[in-house]
Design a protein around this ligand. Sequence first.
Ligand SMILES: Cc1cc2nc3c(=O)[nH]c(=O)nc-3n(C[C@H](O)[C@H](O)[C@H](O)COP(=O)(O)OP(=O)(O)OC[C@H]3O[C@@H](n4cnc5c(N)ncnc54)[C@H](O)[C@@H]3O)c2cc1C
Length: 291
Amino acid sequence: MYPPRFAYEAPRSLDQAQALLAEYGDEAKVLAGGQSLVPLLKLRFAAPAMLVDINNVPDLEYHRTASDGSLRVGALCRHADLERSTLLAQFPVMASAAPLVADPVVRHRGTLVGSVCHADPQGDWSAVLLALDASIVAVGPEGRRTIPMAEFVLGPFTPALRPGEIAIEAVIPPPQHQPAGSYFKLERRVGDFATAGAAVAVEMDGSRVTRAGIALTGVGTLGTRATAAEEALTGHELTDGSIAEAADAAAESANPQSDHRGSAQFKRHVVRTFVSRALHRVLDAPAGKAA
Ligand SMILES: Cc1cc2nc3c(=O)[nH]c(=O)nc-3n(C[C@H](O)[C@H](O)[C@H](O)COP(=O)(O)OP(=O)(O)OC[C@H]3O[C@@H](n4cnc5c(N)ncnc54)[C@H](O)[C@@H]3O)c2cc1C
């Protein structure tokens, strides 16, 4: 199927991109990697009058560590850039998620920022960034603002961006203690969206958990933060008992629907297994090593 007719501009500066978005308002869409937007156009699920392609806007391809230790991921940083990055050593849950997003072809064009702006409940990065207490920086007609990931998704495919706003970067705060954790995803075949997934990001002071972030993929219409599971861990020694408690609490937080990927009961079981597996990996890691 062909997309409906649209106008197309590829501005060479952020100012020009913002001017176009201000002019077209709700009628415009930002085009980043195009890996979600182009299929939507072809299926005629989206019909913007204007596509503002930001790929010629300079200085958005970066990912770097800022002076405060936070990781900054620019709007044109591709999934594949993150997959190859050494900077993710401080953010092990991101390092384990990067190779699991889609397939190599999609990862070479698609962007992390575009992925969270798309706000697909089955998108992998949204859960990972939620678990890390990340935020999204947007610029628009009313200036620049920082939106915590916990407030960034208003509903399926509905980011908290105002008309005319462009998300320019994701900010992932630095760990205060030894970072550990991983992302697990069940997919029917390589490259598929998650049947269910779990992002587990913890910080350890010896065997004590000083911070726990747990968020789930594909088991709710919004990114699901497993708050009770986090509370079962934070401030406590990591033990077989606390892991079992957290895994049960995470499964309880999930709100899955039965569909062609599996029953709700099965998805809950997958969440429990993944949270338990990620935390046991931390428990079993040699002291001082990220797991
Ligand atoms: C075959 C296939 C398999 C896939 N499998 C997975 C998967 O397993 N897991 C997964 O998480 N994703 C998957 N995806 C989606 C993929 O990760 C996309 O790359 C990602 O969702 C969107 O990033 P993008 O840069 O391509 O955004 P685009 O497609 O360009 O844009 C997506 C949406 O976000 C908006 N947008 C993009 N960037 C900005 C910005 N900077 N500011 C404001 N709005 C913006 C666009 O207007 C559009 O509405 C898959 C895609 C395909 C085609």
